[in-house]
Design a protein around this ligand. Structure first.
Ligand code: URA
Length: 232
């Protein structure tokens, strides 16, 4: 379907609609090689549109990683608290969904996309996608508790044991825990089941995608092509 030229440009570049309109007015946009200053002109994929001599490709699906800070809700809307989508520019946030959720007080790696099939490959219980957390504990973890976490244990109110997990001790009261499930409050409930308590929870990795150490809490970036295709 044909779009207005300014809309077409803003959908395929980092420019807002207003900036795209100005770029068109300034003669920075060409249609089939000819500068066009008419922002209302109708164009379609059949037209070769360039901004500053760069061809504008059709907007593809979007994949982002966000360093979730504490205090922000993993939801697209919340009446009481800011949501992770509030951390993104509105134009970028539009149409994105969260790939899994983190509790409000949990920090770290959160993925967002508008590609439902891709996110399903991460969240589907049948796919076993591993998620790794750094877990700070109220009490030092005993050897017996580490063994129970690793082997699988029954959570309060459930009858099916958790799947085997990988436990790496970083300090007496700090572990890295890798689980391949996503049950409700799973990490906190697993530690509760062995008589301990989580004091801080931070997600480090989802599958092969690691939180970029260059991202401060609240920052985000687009995933690289390798990160996107690592989710098979
Ligand atoms: N497990 C939890 O208990 N909380 C999270 O936010 C993520 C995993």
């Amino acid at each position: 379907m044909p779009d207005r030229l300014d809309q077409f440009v803003s959908q395929r570049s980092a420019l807002s609609r207003r900036e795209a309109k100005r770029a068109v007015g300034a003669g920075r946009v060409t249609v089939d090689g000819v500068p066009c200053r008419d922002a209302a002109r109708k164009v379609s994929e059949a037209d070769r549109v360039c901004l500053d001599d760069q061809p504008l490709a059709a907007a593809g699906p979007r994949y982002l990683m966000l360093h979730k800070p504490a205090g922000v809700v993993s939801a697209t809307r919340d009446s009481d608290h800011p949501t992770v989508l509030d951390l993104l520019p509105p134009d970028l946030a539009r149409g994105l969904h969260l790939v899994g959720r983190l509790d409000r007080d949990t920090t770290g790696l959160l993925l967002l996309t508008d590609d439902g099939q891709w996110s399903h490959r991460i969240t589907s219980p049948r796919r076993d996608c591993p998620k790794t957390y750094r877990v700070d504990l109220a009490e030092p973890l005993t050897d017996d508790a580490a063994r129970q976490l690793a082997e699988g244990l029954v959570l309060n109110g459930e009858d099916r044991p958790t799947r085997p997990a990988i436990v790496t001790q970083l300090a007496p009261d700090r572990i890295e825990l890798t689980i391949a499930e996503g049950r409700y409050h799973q990490v906190k409930r697993m530690l509760g089941a062995v008589g301990n308590r989580v004091t801080a929870l931070h997600r480090l990795r989802v599958g092969a995608i690691a939180l970029d150490p260059a991202l401060a809490p609240g920052d985000f970036r687009a995933l690289s092509q390798d990160e996107i295709t690592s989710v098979a």
